[in-house]
Write a new protein. Structure first.
Lengths: 71, 276
């Protein structure tokens, strides 16, 4: 199992038909038919405060970077 | 994914006091034709060897991919600069004018230090970071190299313009005369295809010379664009998170708006086979 799905301390949801990744504009950006690795920080009122879209699977912001974006 | 990463994420959840939602794409997603993705084929513009010309200026081609890249770069940078938008057709006219300027007064490429200095100055002016710029560029299917190339070009154009006007020549008049004498051949068929892929309407720029004159005299960031949004939404243009309901891996459904009711959410997209 790739992700510790059963024990993850956060909800894991499945976007099998990539509707959500398309809605967020990150579907197939890397030409692989998958969601590009990406992170969105969303405020309680639904505003997107910050986002990061990776150039490859390894290109992800650090935890500190994400925490710094939180309201 | 190893335990270390899980721990890191759980630390994130605790520290942030927020819901972390992880979206997994299906492993066996059937790749759709990339042609459906509109801008995707053009995203590889810089590496495409053959770049069929949209316009030739005195025999010098301006390729469709180079143009599309310039348009998307203009659109991306204008958002940072907070300036009004130039449409795709105006960007093409700007490229034509730059070609004329650089032919008349050829320049050496500026050094990397000068280019990076210019980029750093822009970032300072926009109060943004290189990381944010790169993220926006990536969202638009561009690399940082595209920005570097564009800044190099603008620095060369500015230098050329300074030389051409050093003896008091009016740049607007000079450019109008150059355009009159130049052989500028538009491939309207190709132009229409690019405009359609960019989501723009195909209206010839009403008055290419004044518009472009202005553009040529502005810094790269002020070379504004975008009256029409591209067909593929890019993240940086999303102000509000689209709501969704998806099945949870541990059963039941999850709705974003319900999660948001209890505070901010970090939404992470990755796929099941991802090892990071």
């Amino acid at each position: 199992m790739a992700v510790a799905e059963a024990t993850a301390p956060f909800p894991v949801v499945v976007d099998a038909e990539h509707r959500v990744s398309e809605a967020y504009g990150v579907y197939n950006l890397l030409g692989d038919g998958l969601a590009a690795p990406s992170v969105f920080v969303i405020a309680g009122d639904g505003r997107i405060l910050w986002s990061y879209i990776g150039r490859d699977d390894a290109d992800r912001p650090t935890t500190d970077t994400i925490l710094a974006q939180l309201p | 994914m190893g335990r270390g990463s899980s721990t890191r994420w759980s630390g994130l959840v605790i520290a942030g006091g927020l819901a972390l939602i992880v979206l997994m794409g299906a492993i066996m997603v059937i790749t759709r034709s990339s042609a459906e993705d509109g801008l995707a084929p053009l995203a590889s513009a810089p590496t495409v060897a053959a770049d069929p010309p949209a316009v030739t200026v005195n025999g010098q081609p301006i390729g469709v991919n180079a143009w599309a890249e310039a348009v998307r770069l203009d659109q991306t940078m204008s958002r940072f600069a907070g300036v009004a938008a130039m449409d795709a057709r105006q960007t093409l006219e700007r490229l034509i004018n730059e070609e004329l300027v650089l032919r008349a007064a050829p320049q050496d490429e500026p050094g990397a230090a000068q280019v990076e200095g210019q980029i750093a100055a822009l970032e300072a002016a926009w109060q943004t970071s290189d990381e944010q710029i790169v993220a926006a560029l990536t969202a638009a299917g561009l690399s940082r190299e595209a920005l570097v190339r564009a800044v190099e070009r603008v620095l060369m154009v500015q230098q050329a313009q300074a030389e051409l006007t050093a003896n008091g020549t009016d740049f607007g008049n000079w450019l109008a005369r150059e355009r009159e004498n130049a052989e500028i051949v538009y491939d309207e068929e190709r132009i229409a295809v690019v405009l359609s892929s960019l989501g723009a309407t195909n209206q010839p720029a009403a008055s290419p010379v004044p518009a472009a004159t202005e553009a040529a005299s502005l810094p790269p960031t002020a070379v504004a664009p975008t009256s029409t949004p591209p067909p593929t939404r890019v993240v940086s243009e999303l102000d509000t998170a689209p709501d969704f309901t998806l099945p949870r891996s541990d059963g039941g459904d999850l709705t974003l708006s319900e999660q948001l009711a209890s505070g901010p959410v970090v939404l992470v997209f990755f796929h099941r086979s991802c090892s990071h």
